[in-house]
Design a protein around this ligand. Structure first.
Ligand code: ZN
Length: 256
């Protein structure tokens, strides 16, 4: 069984399309999306359509939630992007049916998904607060916080939200993808895996990031993948929208 995990697309259609093309080459059985399909980027409607068509499981992210309800805890720059995104969702592109399909999809997203056979939990943020809580690499130094996460998971938790990929072990380590050659074996030890961000990486690597969980007889592992995409095209689109701060484009070039 191979499951591709994508997260934090943030309305970056160029990154999403390249990632979906890469996934198509990997012979995966299913694709899960761990939230934040929209927010920040220039193509919220198109990205929603791609996720609706390709993903078997999707969980709610804080930016997806912000489009639906009163946005909470967003800075002015992010808030302006939220309102612009809502406007895009309300007015197309597409037929009235397509517009309704997007809103219905967002409105029905669960906060978490469980796979009992794998002992795995899938969330956007954390096992404690599935939609909003961040787990940063430096949190490994906060033992009490880490314990609160690990006591809530059976074996594995897969998450996004920080846009920083890597593996948190129960023994208190954070292992970035380039520290494990982009493959981490999943064994008996509990781990939390951040799958990184498709559309706005923040680990100083500008390439789109996603992960594949491979579960074959006797071999279970997670593989991180980086995919190049035409970043300048996305930057140009962001610059062209007044409500999207130019900084949202600039940061894509440096992956910050
Ligand atoms: Zn995000």
């Amino acid at each position: 069984m191979k499951t591709a995990l994508i997260s934090d697309i943030h309305a970056n259609l160029e990154a999403l399309r390249e990632v979906l093309a890469d996934i198509a080459d990997q012979q995966v059985d299913e694709i899960y999306c761990l939230g934040d399909i929209i927010g920040y980027g220039p193509n919220p409607c198109e990205c929603l359509d791609e996720v609706i068509d390709h993903c078997q499981v999707t969980v709610l992210g804080n930016h997806d939630q912000a489009a639906l309800f009163d946005p909470d805890g967003f800075n002015p720059l992010a808030l302006t992007a939220v309102y612009w995104t809502r406007d895009q969702l309300d007015h197309g592109p597409g037929t009235p049916d397509e517009i309704h399909r997007r809103w219905d999809f967002l409105g029905e997203l669960p906060r978490m998904h469980r796979n009992s056979a794998l002992g795995a939990l899938f969330v956007h943020g954390s096992p404690r607060e599935p939609t909003n809580e961040y787990i940063f690499p430096e949190d490994i130094y906060n033992q009490r916080k880490m314990e609160a996460f690990f006591e809530r998971i059976e074996r594995y938790c897969f998450q996004g939200h920080t846009h920083i990929p890597g593996v948190f072990t129960e023994s208190g380590e954070f292992i970035a993808p380039d520290e494990c050659d982009y493959v981490f074996p999943l064994g008996a030890e509990k781990v939390m895996v951040n799958v990184g961000s498709v559309g706005q990486p923040r680990d100083t690597d500008w390439r789109a990031c996603y992960a594949i969980v491979i579960d074959e007889s006797g071999d279970r592992r997670v593989e991180f993948r980086r995919v190049e995409y035409p970043v300048e095209e996305t930057v140009r689109k962001i610059y062209a929208v007044t409500e999207l701060d130019n900084m949202l484009g600039d940061r894509l070039r440096s992956g910050r």
